[in-house]
Write a protein that binds this ligand. Sequence first.
Ligand code: F6R
Length: 240
Amino acid sequence: MKLIIAENYDEMSRAGAKIMLEVVKGNPYAVLGLATGTTPLGLYAYMIADHEKYGTSYAHVRTVNLDEYKGLPKTHEQSYAYFMRKNLFDGLDIDPENTNIENGMAEDEAKECARYDELLERFPRDIQLLGLGSNGHIAFNEPNTPFGSGTHVVTLAESTVKDNARLFDDISEVPRKAFTMGIRQIMQAKKILILASGANKADAVRKMVKGEVTESVPASVLQLHPDCILIADQEAAANL
Ligand code: F6R
């Protein structure tokens, strides 16, 4: 795993955007694997700024997102589909038809997972962007998810529900279940870019980079990927 330590959140975001933009500028038909959460917001703002200033086009780019809360329609303000429109897609010239995310309202879970598995096979990702859970999760693959997993429905860890409660009016509103891309599929991306910011990620960063490769720390699997870059700010890298 290649490690870049950035001075702060803004430097991390700028360095991350540079890597994403190299992929898009190098291949107008690129497939981008995208993440939600607080971590990539700065990176997405840099991508939008680049699009506005230099006209980098996303007209042929496709995206696949990692995960979606179960039970939230894509119009719900806390859904990840809404998050992506608001924080990235609306600022680019991307065709909404080319953006993909699990359908949180799908009633037949197995069918929805199979649909997403098939889609991920059809559109191999040139790069997969990831954030890191404070418990070491990647996407919503919580500790002890098998490394061989495909798209599945998870019950979120209590620590994840607490971490995500800040974005809801009340913790009781945080969905307890989500659809997530599996670890096997994350590892299939040609390149992986993982960002980590803030002191609450320092322990997970240390385990991911220096710890044993174990299903109890899902992000540790990234040590096995041939082209994975971690950009951590100083607070997140403090225990390395
Ligand atoms: C989001 C996702 C999650 C987050 C992680 C960190 O699509 O898959 O794994 O990346 O929970 O979240 P933030 O960035 O909010 O700290």
